[in-house]
Design a protein around this ligand. Sequence first.
Ligand code: AMP
Ligand code: MG
Length: 479
Amino acid sequence: MKFSDLKVTTPYLELPPLFYDIVEPTPLHKPYLIATSPACVKLFGIDEPLDLDGQLIDIINGTEKLQGSKTFAMCYAGHQFGYFVPRLGDGRAINLGKVNGQNLQLKGSGLTLYSREGDGRAVKRSSIREFLMSEAMYGLGIETSRALALIGSQTDVAREQWEKGAIVLRVSPTWIRFGTFEYFKSRRKYDMLENLADYVIEESFPELKDQEERYFKMFTKIVHNSAKTVACWQSVGFNHGVMNTDNMSIDGRTIDYGPYAMLDDYEANYICNHTDMEGRYSFSNQPPIMQWNLSILANALSPLVNIIKMEKVVEKDFVNIYESEYLRLMKNKMGLFEEDEEDVALLKWLLGSLESSVVDYSRFFRLLSHYDGDKTALLELCEYQQPLQEWLESYDTRLTKEKLSCQERSKQMFGINPKYVLKNHLLQQAIEKEEAGDFSMINDLLKVALDPFFEHEELEYLNVPTPKTYKNLKLSCSS
Ligand code: AMP
Ligand code: MG
């Protein structure tokens, strides 16, 4: 069985025509395959290597179709940087259909009804970033859309300078966004809102189908999932960068990788998105912004569900789940598996110390996984040692309450604190190498991204400290 033998269905097209635009992809000129994800293809029960599939490039480029495919773009609205935009939609994404519970989507494949002033294209640089980070997020065990393959081309695309167009074949159990509900609410199409809610239950929460108050329960699940995902982001040091409601998946997974960053030095108020002047989507703002986004979703669902009940879920459940999940994840990162009421304070102190000591977030935790009481290596990571030194003394005392031996704790922590992290300096290098015709670094990064906790001795060049000039960079949104 090859990927190109898959048969897809298009359940989304059973919704009324207002939900979509039937549109054909516009092929890129001279397409070529850059990378495929062997882990992602497993979702389809395919064992043959994707790059041996002679039709793969044509399917991604839109010159061949999978059986059963009818291509379309989805409509949605959304709050962008806090302001409502009544019509967005897939301006450069085209859906192919669904198979094995996964919706296939091309990103960068040309104009649709929703392209507005855009060109329907995605540039290679941002497509490489989306391809790799989707798979890295999966490698870290965090809910995300996936990326099956990536093609480049000779099509010129105008951004700040001329660049080349690319297409990522993205995969997700759902592509419905908070903004999809906002679209119909703002048009007062409440029957469509109900159609959409039923569709979401069928696609993402089938267990709710015959239950009473199923829309309220659906909303509650969305809140819980979103709280868990943002707790994961905070624990691994992921800054999404564009948490507009049109980029929020209805099942709480991470989608739409733009100017994201994995933290270099720990900096609570880091802003990865160059255009985000006020820091609305800064690292530390992510949990409250997710909560705000959920309150927007509650409003969009208000014709179907009592708003007061939904607001309570946003206020209470979100905070409770976020805080307990974040604490649990961070305690695991610290190797603290016993209960201690001082742990919240110890964690806050650690984050303050990391920031004052100026230390790389993920390198710190990986090295902490080796900790046996000798502080030398950890302190060598710091620009200023004293804050972290003081914290480590208190950590020593806390460790005496742990039941695991030092070796057992290390073993656990190695599986929690990744050794390989997709820092921007590495992504930049991989992009530059691809420009020169060398795809090897993209494939190496993919390998460690999919398996980030283990030692890949032959790929040590992907575990180097971030050069000073590349630390906590801001990235352009144009993609
Ligand atoms: P994003 O910030 O990438 O999530 O995009 C926000 C909205 O703009 C979505 O509706 C996108 O489909 C649309 N969009 C972004 N870039 C382009 C483009 N180059 N051409 C057409 N639409 C675009
Ligand atoms: Mg988007």
